[in-house]
Design a protein around this ligand. Structure first.
Ligand code: GAP
Length: 516
């Protein structure tokens, strides 16, 4: 199965099994807006809990807040979003399709890099064990030619973006002979800047309504509350403020399912520090956040850092933690050294002093900030794409059909266990319900007595339930049940009184947090 096929199947599976639906689907949906179903919302909640507990509960010097989505419009002038939160867009005149100019160029670079990788694979096959990749890269004419092109396109793109030179961006697209994927032509319009913020009106129109914005990041709700939290919480620098909440961006190119949405959720933490110490904290948070991701056990090789070529208007250092999605390595989380840009600007625009008196140095200053910012929806996508698996099932050494299984990390799985009476009679349902009443106080459980036990296992596999607890006739005699493991499909017999402890060790958030 190609990665593209896998991605299509995952989207269909997410809908069929209650994870993610297109928004307002009965009206044919709304582009790049999605709803989370009964399992999707549980998964999302578990991811948010993992982040919140790791950030707020495990750090004595980080507290959490919940600021409003609507903010005073001056906030967005101070933050620079009114002036600079733009994407360069370009239209194809024949297909009338709109693209982000930088994305077209990045895709062009990715194609050149693919060519290089294919050439290297050819070399590896040809030379076998004696293959020296470094030497091959340095000498093979095809690799050298394409590497030179990558370097040239990349440098020109970064220069054009940094200098906000839209004509140079367009010229680069023409020089690279990039065609529209729909019309196949090179008939491009000028490049224009497009602000990503959604506007709305506050108050009734007749009352001279003011324009306000749906927040494009949650971070500003933290900055404007810096003094409130610092004073009421008696916080001492270094300290952090964390927040989970919705953000909105009018994305031009909204593709790839929940990867790029117009309404999405962020988990952000602003860490306030002494000026001059930002690089130390930037490196620490880079490492801590990578550890948090890799702790999920979805393969360390699926994550990498990517330094930003063009820094956002507020940053003096920035990188992404990327994840290997079916469409390649893409940004999952951003880590930014935001200097004192935001607090200083809020001080300037509001006319209110926003400073911290440092009792250790006897100085007052505007703190610097290192930010960690991760998208909940992208995390959901990373978990689901990593989890989706189609496999042949063996029984007694023979092939016994296929199954689709979501190998979701147990601590994040929406349903932790299903309690299944083997048959719908002989007192087994009553016994099973008794077990359910006990376990559901601690774990998210399901009860299912319909269809054969095999079919019920498949249903639980498809939603990613890590354990099935089966109640059979032996249970009535000795108070034992079988636990069937989702990934190995192995079964073990355990006593009912041990069930809770066994489950807790395997599925609790505690097991993840303890490893951080
Ligand atoms: N406060 C900094 C900030 O907002 P960002 O890199 O623009 O930085 C942070 O966004 C994270 O938010 C991204 O790494 C991504 O996970 C998520 N994100 C951004 N735009 C998104 C979108 N349109 N759809 C889904 N997630 C998005």
């Amino acid at each position: 199965m190609t990665q593209e096929e896998l991605f299509k199947k995952l989207i269909a599976h997410s809908k069929e099994y209650g994870y993610i639906f297109p928004s307002s689907e009965i009206y044919d949906g709304l582009s790049a807006v999605y709803d989370y179903g009964q399992y999707g919302s549980e998964l999302k909640n578990n991811i948010k809990r993992y982040w919140w507990e790791a950030m707020v509960r495990l750090h004595e010097n980080i507290v959490g807040i919940d600021a409003a989505i609507f903010m005073h419009p001056r906030t967005w002038e101070a933050s620079g979003h009114v002036g600079a939160f733009n994407d360069p867009l370009i239209d194809n005149k024949d297909s009338k399709k709109r693209y982000r100019a930088d994305v077209l160029l990045e895709e062009h670079i990715a194609k050149l890099e693919d060519k290089i990788n294919r050439e290297i694979e050819k070399g590896r096959k040809k030379f076998g064990d004696g293959f020296d990749e470094t030497q091959f890269r340095a000498t093979n004419p095809n690799v050298l030619r394409n590497a030179e092109k990558v370097e040239e396109v990349h440098t020109r793109m970064v220069n054009a973006l940094t200098n906000n030179d839209l004509e140079a961006l367009r010229q680069l697209i023409l020089d690279c002979e990039i065609v529209c994927p729909v019309s196949g032509t090179r008939s491009w319009t000028e490049v224009r800047q497009f602000n990503l913020m959604f506007e709305t009106k506050m108050g009734s129109v007749s009352e001279d309504a003011g324009t306000i914005y749906l927040r494009p990041e949650t971070a500003q709700g933290i900055f404007v509350n810096f003094l409130n939290v610092q004073k009421t919480g008696r916080m001492k620098i270094p300290f952090g403020i964390a927040q989970i909440g919705k953000a909105f961006r009018n994305e031009i190119v909204a593709r790839q399912f929940i990867f790029r949405m117009r309404e999405f959720e962020q988990m952000e933490m602003q860490f306030f520090i002494r000026p001059g110490e930002e690089m130390k904290w930037y490196e620490r948070w880079k490492a801590a956040r990578m550890k948090w991701h890799q702790n999920l056990g979805m393969g360390a090789e699926n994550y990498r850092y990517h330094n930003h070529d063009k820094l956002a208007h507020y940053a003096n250092a920035a990188c992404d933690i990327e994840f290997q999605f079916p469409f390649g390595f893409k940004e999952l989380e951003g880590i930014h050294s935001r200097t004192d840009f935001d607090l200083s600007n809020h001080q300037k625009f509001s006319g209110k002093k926003i400073q911290y008196f440092d009792p250790e140095t006897n100085e007052s200053y505007v703190p610097y900030v290192v930010e960690t910012s991760v998208g909940v929806d992208r995390l959901v996508l990373s978990v689901l794409t990593n989890a989706y698996c189609e496999e042949k099932v063996q029984k007694d050494g023979e092939e016994a059909g296929e199954r689709v299984v979501l190998r979701i990390p147990p601590a994040l799985a929406p349903v932790k266990l299903a309690v299944l009476p083997l048959v719908k009679k002989d007192g087994l349902p009553e016994k099973a319900r008794g077990i359910l009443s006990m376990l559901k106080l601690d774990f998210s459980c399901q009860y299912d007595e319909k269809d054969s036990i095999g079919k019920r296992y498949r249903r639980q596999d498809a939603i990613g339930t890590p354990f099935c607890v089966t109640v059979d006739h032996q249970t009535l005699q000795d108070n034992t049940v079988t636990i069937r493991h989702r990934d190995s499909m192995e079964q073990e017999r355990v006593s009912i009184e041990k069930l809770s402890g066994i489950m807790d060790a395997q599925v609790s958030l505690r097991s993840l947090l303890a490893k951080l």
